[in-house]
Design a protein. Structure first.
Length: 477
């Protein structure tokens, strides 16, 4: 037997979570069905039983009242025992047995005659007769109406009158009907619950669609995302309309924010560049400055350069958001390109880069300037977030139709819970560490944007205290 996939099992349990709306509504439908139909079935059973028993009891009571009257009439023509026997014979019914016992408990008259060889179906000696009264009793597996009362004729008590009526066939039929009714009730409740559950599930589909849509919404598609619901309940349609209005407001606010960032970056870049130039000029000619003054100039110059770089990053993201980022795609020899970048990087840093390049040619289609920016950014991160004595390794290899470049450091690593967020804008794993290294939280976001813009892919794998690996993949030519 093939096991269900874990995701399907998990989804099934989530669907029937006791806290879910679907479970609660289905449970409510089932409960109402059980109470309603179960109560109806019980009421029908009790009513049918009462009608059935009442009809037979009324018949027995009629015989109990009529027999003394008939005996009084027959006594005018026959002796008392004969009169009683005549009255019993006259009132005989199918499946009804009557007999009269005198004070010594001897039978003086009975259905079929005193001399009949058939024994009494129910004996007062073994059965508890109501005296006087009528009751339903089960004797030897059969159902009987039992009646016992004193027989008094013309003010004289003759003995005791016993009447029994066999209602076993009717009672068995009634129990059979009740069993069928119980089965039908269970089947009906089950059917109502299943149909109700399916209807509830279909009614909640619009809500599930809204939930799925919210999981896939990104800031880049706020203006395009809309919820289209057909044949949904009015309340759900109203919810969808309010949700669309919220997305529209969010998109407008997002556009205003992006436009503000773009405008501010443009306005600040030029004056900051001028300020940075003047600071560098003063530094070059500041031989007569004191040591604290030179240190203050160095700090100011570094912060100006850092701010300019931040503005450049913001402008890059603004161009991407506005669809103005242009990629000059060309065929690149990946191994040769990596060697050039490593030589360029080592001219500016004293950290050694260990690299492994294949002997075979690997050609990809990319923008050389943007690809250089990506790799330099990854190398810069690897150096910033690892100790000076720890190596940084680059590995290039071909995997099927892909060129795969890995940049690995031996730093403290990134916690698993934060690995999915490191490509978000302004997200930093450790604010204190990022401030000490000059990070802004935009570098990896720009890297991901540029790589995907060139048709590539980037992913990260990391373990605490073991380091981090960033992997770039591009289709080979």
């Amino acid at each position: 037997m093939q096991l269900l996939p874990f995701k399907k099992i998990k989804a099934w349990f989530q669907t029937w979570n006791p806290k879910s709306l679907r479970f609660r509504l289905t449970l409510a439908i089932t409960t109402v069905s059980v109470v309603g139909m179960g109560g109806l079935a019980i009421w029908l059973g009790v009513t049918m039983q009462r009608i059935l028993i009442s009809a037979h009891k009324d018949n027995v009571l009629y015989l109990d009242e009529r027999l003394p009257e008939d005996v009084a009439i027959y006594e005018e023509m026959f002796s008392q025992p004969e009169a009683i026997q005549k009255a019993i014979d006259n009132l005989s019914r199918d499946r009804v047995v009557m007999w009269v016992e005198d004070e010594e408990e001897d039978i003086i008259a009975r259905t079929g005659g005193v001399d009949t060889p058939q024994p009494l179906p129910v004996s007062p000696e073994t059965t508890n007769f109501p005296f006087p009264g009528v009751t339903l009793s089960q004797v030897d597996g059969r159902y009987w109406i039992l009646c016992a009362s004193p027989l008094t004729v013309n003010g004289e008590r003759i003995g005791n009158l016993y009447i029994v009526q066999d209602i076993h066939a009717e009672q068995v039929m009634f129990l059979h009907v009740m069993r069928n009714l119980a089965v039908a009730t269970v089947v009906a409740i089950t059917g109502i619950s299943i149909v109700g559950g399916i209807y509830v599930a279909r009614s909640l589909l619009p809500l599930r669609r809204i939930c799925q849509l919210t999981e896939s919404i990104s800031a880049d598609h706020l203006g395009e995302t809309r919820i289209a619901l057909n044949h949904a309940p009015t309340e759900v349609q109203q919810l969808a309309e309010r949700f669309d209005e919220m997305l529209t407001r969010l998109y407008a606010a997002w556009e205003q924010q992006r436009q503000f960032v773009s405008n501010v970056s443009h306005e600040l870049r030029t004056p900051l560049t001028i300020v940075s130039g003047y600071l560098q000029s003063v530094q070059r000619r500041g031989k007569n400055l004191s040591e604290p003054q030179q240190e203050a100039l160095a700090i100011a110059s570094n912060e100006a350069d850092r701010t300019i770089q931040l503005l450049e990053d913001l402008l890059t993201l603004a161009r991407v958001d506005n669809g103005q980022m242009q990629f000059q795609l060309e065929t690149i020899s990946f191994p040769s390109f990596i060697e050039q970048i490593i030589e360029l990087f080592q001219q500016c840093h004293d950290r050694a880069i260990h690299y492994h390049l294949p002997t075979e040619e690997i050609k990809i289609c990319a923008d050389s300037n943007r690809l250089k920016q990506v790799i330099l950014n990854l190398l810069d991160n690897a150096i910033k977030y690892s100790e000076p004595e720890q190596p940084v390794t680059m590995t290039l290899e071909r995997k099927k139709q892909l060129g795969v470049l890995s940049v690995r450091d031996r730093g403290i690593g990134i916690p698993l819970a934060q690995q999915t967020r490191i490509f978000e804008r302004f997200y930093r794993v450790d604010d204190a560490r990022s401030c000490s290294t000059g990070g802004t939280g935009l570098g990896l976001s720009i890297v991901k944007t540029l790589v995907e813009g060139m048709g590539g892919n980037i992913k990260v794998s990391s373990r605490p205290r073991e380091g981090t690996i960033f992997t770039l993949t591009f289709a080979t030519m």
